[in-house]
Write a protein that binds this ligand. Structure first.
Ligand code: SF4
Length: 347
């Protein structure tokens, strides 16, 4: 049995023809799945009964199963189980006037950021396109308001799962799929230079929003927090981003997680400002106070320190925002809740 969300419209049309069904039936099925959020083929009432039976035998819509839902005042965290028994997490964030869905792209992560709970297990495997799409479908079914904003900022490094990410994005932005606007889809990367260059060459991927985890004002601190910097040096990363073919009205988001006494000092702010100031039209900076994790030796800075850091950056005419992490009541750094659940399961 296959997962129907692993097909593009064209692929599904061909698949249907191979099964002896008319190709246009694939359009009808896509409409049921992505527009009407129907997962039971028997309820697809504009298909002949015989077809519904064939589809029920051959395909499933959902590949994930919800195992936990944690509701906070500003977010909902979902834990899903994959078909092979792994746990992944998805967070729905309530913004002032819209919803944003934070999706996972891998089970675990090989990048190994020192401040991140997801890194503890290393990489288990990539998520398939249908597993990425299913996070959206299951959460959208659970809430009344339409989810228009999607960020790949959950577990995993999305650009390390390039081809699957690309296919999931294609289905997300296609009119026959989720029909999301490219401008409302964001990819957050730890800064894999080769993959960012590949993204720059790709007509689809270079049009979605790009966010890069910088987290340090210099190579030394960045390497201590993000070992990936050894092979993806800060200077080369900035050069790659400056050359990224973005429309002039859009800016790349630099994410900076502020960790107490590690990267939040005044001198760090000045170093960061001097690094970015020559390219201020190309970037905006998001400061994110760290969400502590009991298994990791890092602390959240006091808010006055966060705003002092912001003021220094602003004194260099940089565009800087403070993002107090949503969902702090239910999770800290990415992967934290999953780690807790795994700990409970292992007891
Ligand atoms: S912060 Fe992101 S890239 Fe870094 S280890 Fe965690 S999941 Fe991977």
């Amino acid at each position: 049995m296959g997962f129907i969300t692993s097909y593009t419209l064209q692929e599904l049309r061909e698949k249907f023809e191979g099964l002896g069904l008319e190709a246009y039936r694939a359009n009808q099925v896509m409409n049921w799945i992505y527009k009407r959020l129907e997962s039971n083929f028997q309820n697809m009432t504009d298909l002949p009964k015989k077809y519904r039976e064939i589809l029920s035998e051959k395909f499933k819509v959902h590949t994930l199963e919800q195992v936990e839902k944690v509701i906070a005042s500003d977010s909902i965290k979902y834990i899903f189980r994959t078909w092979d028994g792994h746990l992944i997490e998805t967070v729905l964030i309530f913004e002032r006037d819209h919803l944003t869905l934070c999706l996972s792209s891998q089970i675990g992560c090989a990048v190994g950021c020192k401040f991140c709970a997801t890194a503890i297990d290393g990489l288990v495997r990539n998520l398939s396109p249908s597993e990425m799409l299913d996070q959206y479908l299951l959460v959208q079914k659970d809430v009344d308001q339409r989810i228009r904003n999607v960020v790949f900022m959950g577990m995993g490094e999305p650009l390390a799962n390039f081809e699957n990410l690309k296919k999931a994005l294609y289905i997300m932005i296609s009119p026959w799929g989720l029909d999301l606007s490219k401008r409302r889809v964001s990819i957050s990367t730890s800064g894999l230079i080769a993959q960012i260059k590949k993204m720059a060459q790709d007509p689809l991927l270079r049009e979605v929003n790009l966010a890069v985890s910088l987290n340090a004002p210099n190579q030394y601190i960045r390497e201590s927090l993000m070992p990936i910097s050894k092979t993806n040096p800060l200077e080369d990363l900035i050069k790659t981003l400056v050359e990224f073919p973005y429309p002039t009205d859009r800016r790349i988001m630099l994410e900076y997680v502020l960790i107490k006494d590690v990267n939040d000092r005044e001198k760090d702010a000045h170093f960061l400002a001097k690094l970015i100031a020559p390219y201020r039209r190309k970037f905006k900076i998001n400061l994110i106070p760290y969400n502590p994790d009991p298994s990791l030796p890092f602390e959240r800075p006091p808010l006055e320190r966060v705003y002092a850091f912001q003021n220094i950056l602003r004194s260099y005419n940089l565009s800087v925002f403070v993002r107090i992490s949503k969902g702090i009541e239910v999770f800290g750094a990415c992967g934290q809740l999953r780690s807790k659940r795994l700990a409970i399961m292992l007891k």
